[in-house]
Design a protein around this ligand. Structure first.
Ligand SMILES: Nc1ncnc2c1ncn2[C@@H]1O[C@H](COP(=O)(O)OP(=O)(O)OP(=O)(O)O)[C@@H](O)[C@H]1O
Ligand SMILES: [Mg+2]
Length: 210
């Protein structure tokens, strides 16, 4: 894809590409992504993982989240912040969590102060994306929700940020803006991409690399 496409055109093109995936391609992608994650040593050791509920053709994380529960990991989901415009909160999520639909028609845990999990209490944040490039830059849906929320991260004590994507979300070079928060890793059904600037040592990637 030409690197010169603007963000709006790229979003349109890449959203159409993922929405065109068949049900069986989506099922395959969800399983393959769950396997890729399971294979990462630092992921195996993670205790608290933020996920998302898929929307708009994003890879499903249902299997990944169920796997976390099996492995006694705590999982959270993003919730639209009730006061801070276009910010997210992360709330603990388990099989019995009461859910409601937000204004984007995405299910989210019903807000409860005791279930809020702070950013720095996460080991890993799995983020949906519309596009990514070889540098780990991330293009989202255009709301700036993740960018705003993650701008508050403490650089010395922060979760590993993993962008979850279909392979067809990759572009050579994304046009980036000063506020964009890049991913440490991108995981697709076919690969794990460790990005420049990633804080996790490469030796933490796979068991075989230790
Ligand atoms: N840290 C921030 N503070 C204030 N405004 C921000 C911040 N980050 C992003 N924005 C605003 O959000 C808008 C959308 O940003 P952008 O196009 O990068 O969204 P996105 O990365 O596609 O979405 P998301 O972060 O929800 O996945 C921009 O107009 C930008 O000014
Ligand atoms: Mg952005």
């Amino acid at each position: 894809m030409p690197a010169t496409l603007c963000r709006i055109e790229l979003r349109k093109h890449l959203r159409a590409a993922r929405k065109a995936l068949t049900h069986s391609q989506q099922q395959h992608a969800a399983k393959a992504i769950a396997r890729q994650l399971e294979n990462l040593t630092f992921y195996q050791h993670a205790k608290t993982v933020a996920g998302y509920l898929a929307n708009d053709g994003e890879p499903e994380l249902t299997e990944t989240i169920a796997q976390c529960w099996q492995n006694k990991k705590q999982t959270t989901l993003p919730v639209l912040h009730p006061f801070s415009k276009k910010h997210l909160l992360f709330l603990r999520y388990c099989a019995t969590t009461p859910m409601q639909f937000n204004r984007f028609n995405i299910a989210e845990p019903v807000l409860s102060a005791t279930d809020i999990c702070l950013l720095n209490q996460h080991d890993i944040i799995l983020m949906p994306l519309v596009g990514f490039d070889v540098q780990g830059n991330r293009l989202g849906m255009g709301g700036g929700f993740y960018d705003r929320t993650l701008s508050a991260l403490d650089p010395n004590h922060r979760p590993v940020l993993i962008g979850i994507a279909h392979d067809c979300q990759k572009v050579d070079t994304l046009p980036t803006a000063s506020w964009d928060i890049p991913c440490d890793y991108i995981v697709t059904p076919s690969m794990v991409q460790r990005n420049p600037g990633c804080a996790t040592p490469e030796s933490h990637l796979h068991k075989s690399a230790q």
